[in-house]
Write a protein that binds this ligand. Structure first.
Ligand code: NAD
Length: 479
């Protein structure tokens, strides 16, 4: 059993407290590693090493920093198998998904931002008697805090732009899925990343997470996680006038019109609803279907959902693995009970799961589909973050938009139609930061990524991330 360590000043070191937390493999419900419980003293060391590293790191050219990021990217690719097994073991997600999505994307994140910063430019404004130009300086020591659902994928999505722009980083992965962040520290050591440029602290949100957020030396926080946590971070950061980027929860609508390609839509929405056990902030969870095709859509959708295989994540035949923890499984089950109480008609989900001997105690749940739920009920309004979706009816485009927008969240939406004008019209009116038309999770890393309303503040990706991690300074010269 592996005992994980913090990564501080280029070294792997045990936590000051000597206390550890169990890291559980959710597919077999057994402990497989121990996670450091870091405290203020570990943070003090990490910040001191980051501050010491900052002048030299920020003084390198963009190309020199990019070379380190590219080395890390290549090492992620070289270690794909080990990282994918670790990610699947820690999260319960299918190994095949970790191999084809999570880990390749972590390598792409490092590569993309390595190149992006070498191509980054700032504005100049020529006037009648003067010219202004903008410098974009790194901020100093910044924090990156990430969640459990796409562990290495989201961890590197934050760290890469922060480092490429010349900042030094204190990073905290989720205490529920810390393993690939630990392997990532070893990769950074192998790549020769200078000491203190990146520091990875393990531990819980309320303890080390909160200590990071409270620390005034942290110049910016890039956070992905729940809306309630994001609100706390915003409250603490506001009086410090500190930059925050908050990528929070979602309750994503899908609008299905009678003129869509039905076969493609059903396939697309089965994927959008249940990939990674529905534990992706972008997953569809409220599906609105035009009345004239409701029954047809429902029958085809439910048939395909029933055919999904749930079980041992290391078996390629399985489409869905285990939920991330016993606690999360209980939370999702409580929403299923609530949906029934709210009058929902369960179309599928209560079938038996056939588990092999190895995974018989794991936290598995079949995909659940409900219908007949009012738009204002908890099932249609609160983020469940698991394999539960509702099917709902609409009569016309106006009603579809109103139902989709009746939500506190505004992260992502999907629109399924072959009417080009309608696609543009709804794309313009729907209140989400990301709109996918006839597709889902089609990602170009140059685009702004994030949500509106309670789904967050600010955007990640491309230029948005590079602007976030730099401070603009205007210089004016009179002719
Ligand atoms: P969470 O908010 O509980 O935890 C996220 C991270 O914050 C963890 O590392 C945790 O330890 C830390 N944390 C918790 N309390 C903290 C505190 N008081 N101060 C500082 N740090 C603290 O979220 P989670 O359960 O890990 O993740 C699930 C949530 O993340 C869902 O709501 C999901 O929608 C959201 N999410 C959003 C996106 C996005 O891009 N918008 C992507 C993935 C997940």
């Amino acid at each position: 059993m592996e005992i994980l360590a913090n990564y501080i000043n280029g070294e792997l070191i045990p936590p000051h407290s000597s206390n550890y937390l169990d890291d559980i493999n959710p597919a077999i419900a057994e402990k497989f590693a121990e996670i450091p419980l870091s405290d203020e003293e570990d943070l003090r060391l990490a910040i001191a090493s980051a501050e010491k590293a900052f002048p030299a790191w920020s003084g390198l050219s963009a190309k020199e920093r990019a070379d380190y990021l590219m080395k890390i990217s290549n090492l992620i690719k070289d270690n794909l198998e080990e990282l994918a097994v670790a990610e699947s073991t820690d999260t319960g997600k299918p190994l095949q998904l970790a191999k084809t999505v999570d880990i390749p994307r972590a390598a792409s994140n490092m590569e993309f931002f390595a190149h992006a910063f070498t191509q980054f430019s700032s504005e100049s404004h020529a006037g009648k008697d003067s010219i202004n130009y903008t410098l974009r300086k790194p901020l100093g020591v910044v924090a990156c805090i990430s969640p459990w659902n796409l562990p290495l994928y989201l961890f590197t999505w934050k760290i890469a732009p922060a480092l490429a722009a010349g900042n030094c980083v204190i990073a905290k992965p989720s205490e529920i899925t810390p393993y690939t962040a630990y392997l990532f520290s070893k990769i950074c050591m192998e790549a020769g990343l200078p000491n203190g440029v990146l520091n990875i602290l393990h531990g819980t949100g309320p303890e080390i997470g909160n200590a990071i957020v409270q620390n005034k030396k942290i110049k910016a926080i890039s956070f992905t996680g729940g809306t309630a946590t994001g609100r706390k971070i915003a409250e603490i950061s506001a009086p410090l006038f500190r930059k925050v980027s908050l990528e929070l929860g979602g309750k994503n609508p899908a609008l299905v019109f009678a003129d869509c390609d039905l076969e493609k839509t059903v396939d697309g929405l089965v994927r959008a609803s249940f990939t990674n056990q529905g534990e992706i902030c972008l997953c569809a969870s409220r599906i609105y279907i035009e009345e004239s095709i409701y029954e047809d859509f429902k029958n085809r959708f439910v048939e395909k959902v029933k055919a999904l295989k749930v079980g041992n994540p290391s078996k390629q035949a399985n489409n869905m693995g285990a939920l991330v923890s016993a606690q999360h499984l209980e939370k999702v089950k409580s929403y299923i009970d609530l949906a029934k109480k709210e009058g929902g008609n369960l179309l599928c989900g209560d079938e038996d799961i056939e588990l092999d001997e190895e995974t018989k105690n794991g936290y598995f749940l079949r995909p659940h589909v409900f219908e007949n739920l009012p738009n204002q009920c908890s099932t249609n309004q609160e983020e469940i973050f698991g394999p539960v979706v509702s099917l709902n009816v609409f009569n016309d485009e106006k009603e579809a938009i109103a139902l989709a927008n009746e939500s506190e969240y505004g992260l992502a939406s999907t629109i399924w139609t072959n009417d080009l004008s309608r696609a543009h019209r709804i794309g313009n009116q729907i209140e989400t930061g990301i709109v996918w038309i006839n597709c889902w999770m089609n990602r170009d890393l140059r685009t702004p990524f994030g949500g509106m309303k309670n789904s967050g503040l600010g955007r990640e990706g491309g230029l948005e991330a590079l602007r976030f991690f730099t401070e603009p300074k205007n210089i004016c010269i009179q002719y």
